[in-house]
Ligand binder design. Structure first.
Ligand code: BV8
Length: 241
């Protein structure tokens, strides 16, 4: 539908959109999963087996993403601009646990895999902003019980957040854009199918290279996010899709 400049947009992002801000991806050659075993640090079983190892993994990443030189890049800012200038809804659903979309100006935003700068108490369920390290002695500020604090992130085998709201948005979108994700992790990797079958949406993949689901997309543009995403947003605002 060349030229369409209306309709709700759902944008799924993954680690690739934050790569040029200086944060590691997971499955690239130098990615996080090449340095540590995901079963040990991103599963509830791993946390039960060795909670301090999991805390060390997240404490390192939490410190990293708070460094002054880790800033939102042109791709994050382009999505903030799209949300501000597009006539209908723009929802960003991110698998990322950094806060770079917020810095880029996105407000209609869902962190489906949680947020690194939040912590949750397994005892009382309290969730709050958290910038310091967590360890096995850390006490919950709410219920004062020690040892139950964990990063407020979604591990493998745990249900991602706000799935109802995401499905609702997918069923009502006219345009689905996937940015910087390898399409390995479900349910996020299945959103493109949902957008096609429940909303007959136009689908676009903007990535460094074809993802696992590349053949499902009506349109694909490959290259670094800081080049490809602003250019796509400019074209979308000027000419539609
Ligand atoms: C669920 C934690 C169901 C936070 C993450 C057996 C048992 C249990 C579950 C399963 C199972 N088998 C399969 C599953 C489902 C499982 C899954 O999908 N496994 C895969 C590996 C097969 N999924 C789950 O478990 C999910 N939960 O299914 O629950 C359920 C049902 C009922 C009741 C209860 C539960 C939970 C998944 C979430 C896991 N948590 N992380 C954290 O530490 O960050 S996953 C991790 O992968 C991150 O969240 C990350 O965001 C996510 C996806 O990775 P990507 O973002 O795509 O990153 P990746 O490195 O892979 O790719 C980067 C891409 O960017 C590449 O394509 C690259 O080319 C590109 N790129 C690089 N540079 C650039 C670039 N692009 C543009 N510009 C650049 N410069």
């Amino acid at each position: 539908m060349a030229g369409r400049r209306a309709g709700n947009i759902v944008i799924l992002t993954g680690a690739g959109i934050s790569k040029e801000s200086g944060l590691d991806t997971f499955r690239d050659a130098d990615g996080l999963w090449s340095k540590v075993n995901l079963e040990d640090v991103a599963t509830p079983e791993g946390f039960i087996r060795n909670p301090q190892m999991v805390h060390d993994f997240y404490n390192h990443r939490r410190r990293e993403l708070q460094k002054d030189d880790i800033r939102a890049n042109a791709a994050h800012h382009a999505l903030g601009r799209l949300e501000a200038e597009w006539p209908d809804d723009v929802l960003v659903v991110t698998q990322n646990i950094d806060a770079l979309h917020e810095e880029g100006g996105s407000e209609n935003l869902i962190h489906m895999h949680g947020e690194m700068l939040k912590a949750r108490c397994d005892r009382c369920g309290n969730v709050r902003c958290w910038v310091d390290d967590i360890d096995i002695e850390t006490a919950c500020p709410e219920c004062a019980v020690a040892g139950g604090m964990r990063p407020h992130v979604v591990w493998f085998g745990e249900m991602p957040f706000e799935m109802e709201r995401i499905s609702q948005a997918l069923s009502q979108c006219s345009l689905f854009i996937s940015i910087g994700t390898s399409g390995n992790v479900y349910p996020a990797a299945g959103f493109v199918r949902e957008a096609i079958f429940s909303a007959k949406a136009h689908t676009v993949e903007l990535n460094m290279e074809p993802s696992e689901g590349a053949t499902l997309f009506a349109e694909t543009v490959y290259g670094p996010a800081t080049a490809v995403v602003p250019a796509y947003v400019d074209r979308l605002l000027a000419e539609g899709y």
